[in-house]
Every structure is written in C-alpha cells, then in structure tokens.
Design a protein around this ligand. Structure first.
Ligand code: UT7
Length: 323
C-alpha cells in the first residue's frame, strides 16, 4: 500500500468580461491576424475591479470542493499559486481560507509565476504523503491584467485572468494502477530571471510594477526545458508517450504547445488546448484547462494525465497524475 495524493475534484472560475483581439487593436498597434497567427489567442477574460485573485480563487476552490462532494471545513491545507496576490501580505490563501469557512489548517501562497501550480502540487503532495495534512485545496489564481503595461503590444495581448483548483486527498492506493500524483519534477534556473519579470516590488521600488518579457528568448527556452522535463517524468515513471491519455500544458502560446507535443510525438488530439479562449493565465492556466477537460468529459477517472508549465525565474516542471 502506498499513500498517494488523489485528485477528488476540480473547479475553475473566469471573470465576467471577455476581451477580443479586435478590442485590443483599438488600444494598441496590433491586429487579430497577428495575435492569432503568432499565439493562437482569440480572446481573454479580464477582471473587473470587484473581481480579485482571491475572489476568483474562492470561486474555483468552491467548485472543486463541490465536485469532490466534501465539506469545505474538511480541507486542512490550502496552497495557492499566484504572482498577483490581493496584497503583499497576508497570503491570498488565507483570504480564500476565510471565504470558504475552513479554519485551523495550513494556508500559504507559492510564487513560481506560470509554473506556480506545478510547484503548488509538488508541495501539497509532499505534505499529504508525509501526513502533515489529509485534504488539500491546490489553487492557481491570477489577475495578470493588473500588472500588464497596456501600452506594450508585445505583452498585453498575451495574458488573461482566471483561476483553477483541485482537491487532493491522501489515500492508501493498492494495485497495479494506483490513482493520484505519481511523479513530479520541478526545476529553476535563476540565471534567466531578467527575461521575464515585473519591474517593481515592495523591497525595490515600493510599487507593484509591470510585466516585462523578452518573448523570443522565453519561447526558445520553453520548448527545450519543457521537452526535457516531460522526458524526465516519463523516464522516472517507466512510461512512454503512448501510455499518456492527455497532456495538459501551460497555455502560453499555441506554437509552444505544438512544438512541445511534436518533440514528444504526442498527437494533437491528446493535448488540451484552451489558450485560444483564455490566453496565458499564468499559474491558473493548467488547472483551468484541466477542469475544462474534466467537465466536458474528455478526461476520465483512471486516465494518465501529464501536466507541465514553464515561467518566470525561469521555473518549470511537470507532473504525472492518474485521475
Ligand atoms: O508564460 C510563460 C512565458 N511566456 C511565454 O512562454 C511567451 C513566449 N514567447 C512568445 O509566445 C512569443 O515570442 C511572442 C508571442 C511573445 C512573440 O512572437 P514572436 O514570433 O517571437 O515575435 P517577435 O517577438 O519576434 O516579434 C515579431 C514582430 C516584431 O516586429 P519587427 O521587430 O519584426 O518589426 C514585433 O514588434 O512582431 C511585432 N509585434 C507585434 N505586432 C503586432 C510584437 N507584438 C505585436 C503585436 N501585434 N501584439
């Protein structure tokens, strides 16, 4: 028998307002044609002032808890991945904890930007398997629209807001095909911390700052790093690409998704792609895509799903889960 962190529910939330490429073209020098061709993005959701990272995270968390069929009060660990917290402190996870009516457990944020959800799953899984908690709510939630430079066409067209969540439960698993998180591999290379960053912060400028990115260089590293970490996880699990039912990648750019899938020889029908509607929602993108594919019936219990992401830092990682 092995203690595993099993996904017992998923949920997600999007802001009310959808913004099209054509609407962005009224604000900056861009076009629907350029954005679709270079990124695959057609629309993104943008948070109104009353929609915050914690409110989106709470909605996504509540839906995941409902899907799991459990009481919110039974959650004893909340790990929330975000680069756009409501406030510098307290952790947004504690605001979500209060909103959901969970008390007394552990709640904290993880900052690994677009890879944040993968890092959060890695941390929650370790804590569940060592007995520090029994039921974890793992959330990726962002309001990147608040840190975009709306004059910079090279970045403002790429991102959107949203949240996704899963409930992980520590369960003894027996048999040949145990459910749960099977392998997680995380990496960071801080030498590249100036290729994708925010030009402000409490300890430097005392301001929130705006997102800055050298897009072409990030793209190049993303394809290489993601292909490597996916191989690493498959090798650790003793599996081949053909064993996977689904790849749920970070939704940064349809061209990165296609290139990564091609390097892995993964057919495009098995790749969950939501970047067209959601754009890049940073830490929210993987759980948002996962929830969409669970709710529309594509991802079924017992199937093998690979999650992956790469983001600022650089940070990157992948995680193999049997649903
Ligand atoms: O979340 C994880 C991290 N982020 C990523 O993974 C993003 C990685 N990078 C990318 O997805 C792509 O590099 C971008 C989508 C950001 C850019 O695509 P690209 O094919 O690498 O274009 P580029 O940066 O090489 O720019 C090509 C041209 C430039 O014009 P010149 O210098 O050739 O005259 C840009 O100024 O496209 C221009 N451009 C635009 N044109 C119209 C840049 N942004 C826009 C725009 N509309 N929005």
């Amino acid at each position: 028998m092995t203690l595993r962190s099993v996904v017992i529910g998923t949920g997600s939330a999007l802001p009310r307002q959808v913004v099209t490429n054509a609407e962005l073209a009224e604000r900056v020098d861009t076009s629907d044609e350029w954005i679709v061709e270079r990124t695959g993005i057609s629309t993104r959701y943008i948070a109104a002032p009353d929609e915050t990272t914690s409110s989106l995270a709470t909605d996504a968390g509540r839906k995941a808890i409902e899907a799991a069929g459990i009481e919110a009060s039974s959650i004893d660990l909340i790990v929330l991945a975000t680069a756009t917290p409501d406030q510098t402190f307290p952790a947004t996870a504690t605001i979500v904890q209060s909103n959901l009516g969970c008390r007394g457990g552990i709640a904290f944020d993880v900052a690994a930007v677009c890879s944040g959800f993968l890092y959060a799953v890695g941390v929650a899984d370790s804590m569940l398997r060592t007995g520090m908690a029994k039921r974890a709510l793992v959330i990726g939630a962002e309001t990147f629209s608040r840190i975009l430079d709306w004059e910079d066409r090279a970045t403002c067209v790429l991102f959107g807001d949203g949240a996704g969540a899963i409930v992980l439960e520590a369960q003894e698993q027996t048999g040949e095909n145990p459910r749960g998180v099977l392998v997680t591999r995380l990496h960071a290379d801080g030498a590249h911390n100036q290729l994708l960053y925010v030009d402000g912060g409490p300890s430097t400028t005392g301001t929130v700052g705006k997102l800055r990115m050298k897009g072409r260089e990030v793209f190049r590293h993303a394809v290489v790093n993601l292909a490597e970490v996916l191989r690493e996880v498959l090798d650790d699990a003793g599996l081949a690409t053909t064993d996977l039912d689904w790849l749920v990648p970070h939704q940064a750019n349809a061209r990165i998704l296609d290139a990564t899938a091609r390097k892995l020889s993964m057919p495009s029908e098995k790749v969950v792609m939501t970047v067209g509607q959601h754009a890049n929602t940073s830490a929210a993108s993987v759980p948002l895509a996962l929830d969409q594919a669970v709710r529309d019936g594509r991802i079924q219990p017992g199937q093998l799903v690979m999650l992956e992401a790469m983001g600022g830092g650089f940070t990157w990682g992948a995680c193999l889960v049997r649903m």
